[in-house]
Design a protein around this ligand. Structure first.
Ligand code: FAD
Ligand code: NAI
Length: 467
């Protein structure tokens, strides 16, 4: 068979690239080594984690907040098997949705491990042991990433686990240590803390979500502590050992060198992910990777081999599903001779804890380091009628704008539904709005979005109305 475009990997980068290629008239194939399409995101990432975050939040609300709302419930308990079953159903439906989209767009799907036999020849090793070879004019590598698990952590997939296994525990653990206070550590830490697990988070940096704005990190850490999560900052985990039922973690304080030892039912490794290019045959065609194993690409996302492109987690940049999707569309449109553009700087980051975290643009520290003159406006959710009505008063919105032009340069939020609200900030920044532009737009009352208007008012000239 001969295709115009072949996509290797069916995550949000790969399947979206395939759809856009097909829409643009290319004869397209997609290769996926697993039996289901959708990649990390749909199978063991975004979707299942959000399903468990929602379920655990319902339980937490029922046990901690219903009474105050005037709803007395007794006998509430977790049915973990059902929680996992529902999560699996959500994953299944979502993956089947991708099957449907492939059929609808007449994209040929191959299940098997793809590798380069030549720059225009892809070999597919199928699960039944057979091999099929296809010819292709262009190739898009979208092979994603896998969790980092150093040898000294003794990752056994049973007690010493990564996010993949943490999404399938069928009994609420009594205790869990989590290595890394990044996005996975905090999201899955929230799931288990809400279900009643004693959660200890060990983090090398001096704060959680170390790359995000410092106010965001502070607010969220406070909320997570209230949930019962215990943080151990500035500790470097040295070793983890798992037995049939327990784990033992040993960490060292990065300054004092003091040793911390914690025993727990499970130890979750959440220290980042590496670009996955195993047995892809990159060396066969001479595709270059960087010092972190990520495929090197130019400004068109083309590798050093003409006609071979790469997108998503396997290249540099944020490891986010929506970043991978944008890149998939970008490459398809580039192949069609269009001139697409991605504002990487305006790709939002979201953490689905409760309160949620969402941010776009520069942090206060980044702007200070660049020497940019800035104004900052903040507004706390506790001053908002809507937030009081739902008892979601934790968090704030922070708008940072340029001191002279008033252009919005960064928006950082912790609070209810900010994962959705951040879209307003992205839109405003795509159109290069000033803080005053946002402040003068009508925001429906009572909504959580009023916090954005108020923070923008505060940034404009310190004239928030409700604080
Ligand atoms: P992937 O989704 O990793 O897909 C790559 C696919 O390629 C896989 O299916 C793999 O099997 C296949 N493959 C690899 N090599 C080959 C080969 N040689 N032949 C054939 N197939 C191959 N991001 C968000 O934006 N929002 C979230 O809420 C979010 N939550 C997450 C939660 C968790 C627990 C995790 C682990 C990640 C989460 N992410 C989230 C990150 C997100 O999942 C990734 O950024 C995204 O999946 C990257 O997409 P991708 O297409 O580059 O690669
Ligand atoms: P991360 O990069 O977000 O956080 C890893 C943390 O581990 C860092 O804070 C780091 O300092 C710490 N760390 C590393 N080694 C350590 C050690 N030995 N001891 C103690 N601490 C150590 O990585 P994470 O959470 O694994 O997530 C991986 C990727 O998945 C992220 O890049 C993220 O973009 C993506 N993701 C996105 C989600 C979302 O968009 N909501 C949800 C989950 C994952």
């Amino acid at each position: 068979m001969k295709y115009d475009v072949t996509v290797i990997g069916s995550g949000p980068g790969g399947y979206v690239a395939a759809i856009r290629c097909a829409q643009l008239g290319f004869k397209t194939a997609i290769i996926e080594r697993y039996s289901t399409l959708g990649g990390t995101c749909l199978n063991v990432g975004c979707i299942p984690s959000k399903a468990l975050l929602d379920s655990s939040e319902h339980y937490h609300n029922a046990t901690h907040r219903f009474t105050e709302h005037g709803i007395d419930v007794t006998g509430v308990k977790v049915n973990m098997k059902q929680m996992i079953k529902r999560k699996n159903e959500v994953v299944d439906q979502t993956c089947k949705g991708v099957d449907y989209l492939m059929k609808k767009n007449k994209i040929t799907v191959y299940h098997g491990h793809g590798s380069f036999a030549g720059a225009n020849t892809i070999s597919i090793a199928k699960n039944d042991g057979s091999t099929e070879t296809i010819e292709t004019d262009k190739t898009i590598i979208a092979t994603g990433s896998k969790p980092i698990a150093p040898a000294s952590f003794n990752y056994d997939k049973k007690r010493v686990i990564t996010s993949t296994e943490a999404l399938n525990i069928d009994k609420v653990p009594k205790s869990m240590t989590i290595i890394g206070a990044g996005v996975i550590g905090l999201e899955l830490g929230s799931v288990y803390a809400r279900l009643g697990t004693k959660v200890d988070v060990i983090e090398y940096a001096d704060k959680a979500l170390a790359t995000m704005d410092k106010d965001v990190s502070k607010e969220l850490t406070r909320s997570m502590k209230k949930l019962g999560v215990k943080f151990h900052f500035k500790y470097m985990v040295k070793e983890v050992k798992g037995t049939a039922r327990k784990t033992k973690l040993v960490a060292e304080h990065r300054d004092s060198k003091e040793t911390l030892t914690i025993d727990a039912d499970y130890c979750l490794i959440a220290i980042g992910r590496y670009a996955y290019t195993d047995k892809l045959g990159l060396e066969t065609v001479g595709i270059k990777t960087d010092d972190r194993g990520r495929i090197e690409v130019d400004e068109h996302l083309q590798t050093n081999v003409p006609g071979v492109y790469a997108i998503g987690d396997v290249i540099k940049g944020a490891m986010l599903a929506h970043k991978a999707e944008e890149e998939g569309v970008f490459v398809a449109e580039t192949l069609a001779g269009q001139k697409p553009h991605i504002h990487y700087h305006l790709i939002p980051g979201v953490v689905y804890t409760w309160p949620e975290v969402a941010a776009v643009g520069y942090t206060e520290q980044e702007l200070k380091d660049k020497g940019t003159p800035i104004k900052i406006g903040k507004f706390p959710f506790k001053a908002l009628g809507r937030a009081r009505a739902s008892m979601d008063t934790e968090g704030m919105v922070k708008v940072i704008s340029h001191k002279e032009t008033d252009e919005v340069l960064g928006v950082h939020m912790v609070g209810p539904r900010v994962a959705d609200i951040i879209a307003e900030a992205v839109t405003a920044m795509e159109f290069r709005a000033s803080a005053e532009d946002i402040a003068r737009m009508s925001h429906a009352h009572p909504t959580y979005t009023e916090a954005v208007k108020e923070a923008a008012l505060a940034a404009t000239d310190n004239r928030a109305l409700h604080v």
